[in-house]
Write a protein that binds this ligand. Structure first.
Ligand SMILES: [Zn+2]
Length: 319
């Protein structure tokens, strides 16, 4: 999958800063230990001495080299054990002074055998997602500020709108809290102003906090952006970002201009993600019947393969 070069460069810069940060932390830790446990410094000197003994023994090539090397390496191991003991006895973990790597696979270099490491790709995707998310009010909505008291508790043929919303709220919250990146997506359908956008933004926000790569976009805007890029009117690779991020939130499906082109782009995005078991949250003001008459049979069936949440009641934005 293509990632735009600009984000790869930015991701490499981030890794470089991370490496410096880790080296600073290592330096601070070592100074702290030398100050708190002065014997540790003496052992470091001993260890260095035994290393130079090894070098001169190997260079000397005398008949008893092997025997002497064995003795030195035993001495060396004893010093290392003593160093570990000092650390643990003083309340530190025995690897407290080891080199720190945020990614142990590439040791924060971003490449393995000339190929991009997954950690670098993940960073680049996140940067691209952040750019797309800049336009959405992600910060404003959370599960904590979702007010269920707006919904009527009057029952009408079964459960009340409030009870239905409590159920939708719980499903969205569970989805976000337990998100692993391979769950069945959510399709939210119902009239405007019933909390679909709020709940999907709240879920997106929570999942971003868990360090997943989430893209939130309005359907008409997304299709316009992809069109502009594919027809060379602007730069970027939004299609690859939305088809590969950990979670895609598509707001306002059905508000885009209806055309064969938009339906086929939507099918490409939605089907592509479903085939790779990548979850989505899709919001629409259209009812099942309206979705059925607007979109192709195959797109409709993909949409309804997700868990469907119905939003009923009156527009809360009036209250
Ligand atoms: Zn890595």
């Amino acid at each position: 999958m293509a990632i735009s070069k600009e984000y790869l460069i930015q991701a490499q810069n981030e890794l470089e800063m991370l490496r410096s940060e880790n080296r600073r932390t290592e330096f601070k830790r070592r100074s702290e230990i030398l100050e708190k446990i002065p014997e540790y410094g003496n052992l470091e000197i001993k260890l260095a001495e035994s290393m130079s003994k090894v070098i001169s023994l190997v260079a000397a090539k005398s008949p008893d080299t092997a025997e002497k090397l064995k003795a030195v390496s035993e001495e060396n191991l004893a010093v290392q054990r003593e160093m570990e003991r000092l650390l643990t006895e003083n309340g530190y973990s025995k690897d407290y002074l080891d080199q720190i790597y945020s990614c142990t696979k590439c040791r924060d270099m971003g490449t393995i055998d000339g190929k991009w490491c997954e950690c670098l790709k993940k960073r680049a995707h996140k940067l691209a997602a952040d750019e797309l998310n800049k336009r959405s009010p992600l910060k404003l909505c959370s599960f904590d500020n979702f007010d269920l008291s707006f919904y009527s508790d009057v029952r009408n043929n079964g459960s009340s709108p409030r009870e239905e919303m409590e159920n939708n709220f719980r499903i969205c919250k569970d989805f976000a809290e337990n998100f692993k990146g391979n769950e069945k997506g959510l399709l939210m359908t119902g009239g405007t102003g019933l909390g679909k956008t709020h709940l999907s933004l709240a879920a997106a926000k929570r999942i971003i906090e868990k360090d997943f790569c989430v893209v939130y976009c309005s359907t008409p805007e997304l299709l316009r952006t992809i069109d502009n890029e594919q027809f060379g009117r602007s730069q970027g690779d939004t299609m690859s970002v939305v088809t590969s991020c950990d979670l895609l939130v598509l707001d306002d499906l059905g508000a885009e201009n209806s055309s064969e082109r938009s339906t086929s782009l939507l099918y490409e995005i939605i089907n592509g993600r479903l085939c790779r078991s990548l979850p989505m949250i899709i919001n629409t003001n259209l009812s099942a019947g309206e979705l059925n008459s607007r979109y192709s049979e195959r797109l409709f069936s993909r949409l309804f393969s997700m868990e469907v949440l119905f939003f009923n009641g009156n527009d809360n934005r009036l209250k």
